[in-house]
Design a protein around this ligand. Structure first.
Ligand code: NDP
Length: 245
């Protein structure tokens, strides 16, 4: 018996990184997986398939309202239901406010925050009809605390918290839970792109003195998706090695 037996999970941006780890964790616990990305990674599909559950990947830009609605329609046609939505797709375009271009602001807000609106908007009627569902937004500790050089990213991640808390209040009566995970410094392609001295400086601020793994984030995403969290809604769970306590 898996924690997610019989459930269908939709994860955005899951070809690699945290999204991929969540897809693998969910499939290992019995869920069928639909995931989106700009480019589908065949190895990710094969790794999920190897766990013995249905998986289908969809090429889709999460920042497009129309594309998000079209892909949710297709997933419903393919899988028949959606029980879990993980708004994971995200990017950084870090720079100081004095240097930030409008394009850098718009790209980050559209891909990190508007994408979550797009998918939540498309999926909540489905979950409401099913009388239940779990929505998980990948926020960040900088969405709570802010960060120099990441005004756009921090604002998008703070927005994801407001979105999840509001959906928890609005859709709770229909049995839909909505929560955020706020990772700290997680070892993925996103953080690998940082200069070594920046990575080292971050790690010094972490009480556990290491970056987290994508699997450690996925375990919290499993908890929030499952009935173990049946009375948990409107919350932000930090996964940060004690950095933000
Ligand atoms: P990665 O950069 O490793 O992966 C991000 C994924 O999102 C990629 O698969 C990427 O696709 C996909 N993506 C980007 N743009 C779009 C789009 N427009 N439509 C669909 N998919 C898209 O990041 P992580 O795995 O590290 O991060 C996952 C989430 O967790 C993000 O929201 C991030 O902000 C958040 N987070 C990460 C932290 C960390 O330390 N790593 C800390 C706090 C939060 P492609 O491969 O095509 O580029």
């Amino acid at each position: 018996m898996g924690l997610l037996d019989g459930k269908v999970a939709l994860i955005t941006g899951a070809s690699r990184g945290i999204g991929k780890a969540i897809a693998l964790q969910y499939a290992a616990e019995g869920a069928d997986i639909a995931f989106t990305d700009l480019v589908v990674n065949a190895d990710t599909v094969a790794a999920i398939e190897a766990l013995g559950h249905r998986v289908k990947a969809y090429v889709s830009d999460a920042s497009s309202f129309d594309a998000a609605h079209a892909v949710v329609e297709q997933i419903l046609a393919d899988f028949g239901r959606i029980d879990i939505l993980v708004n994971n797709a995200g990017i950084t375009r870090d720079t100081l406010m004095l240097r930030m271009t409008e394009q850098q602001w718009d790209d980050v807000l559209n891909i990190n925050l508007k994408s979550a609106f797009n998918f939540t908007h498309a999926v909540t009627p489905v979950m409401a009809r099913q009388r239940g569902g779990s929505i998980i937004n990948l926020s960040s500790v900088v969405g709570e605390a802010g960060n120099a050089g990441q005004c756009n990213y921090s604002a998008s991640k703070a927005g994801l918290i407001g979105l999840a808390k509001s959906i928890a209040k609005e859709m709770g009566p229909r049995g839909i839970r909505a929560n955020c995970i706020a990772p700290g410094f997680i070892l993925s392609d996103m953080t690998a792109a940082m200069p070594e001295e920046v990575r080292a400086a971050w790690i010094k601020t972490i009480p556990l003195r290491r970056g987290g793994t994508v699997e450690e984030v996925a375990k919290v995403a499993l908890f929030l998706a499952s009935d173990l969290a049946s009375y948990v809604s409107g919350q932000v769970i930090n996964v940060c090695g004690g950095m933000a306590c």
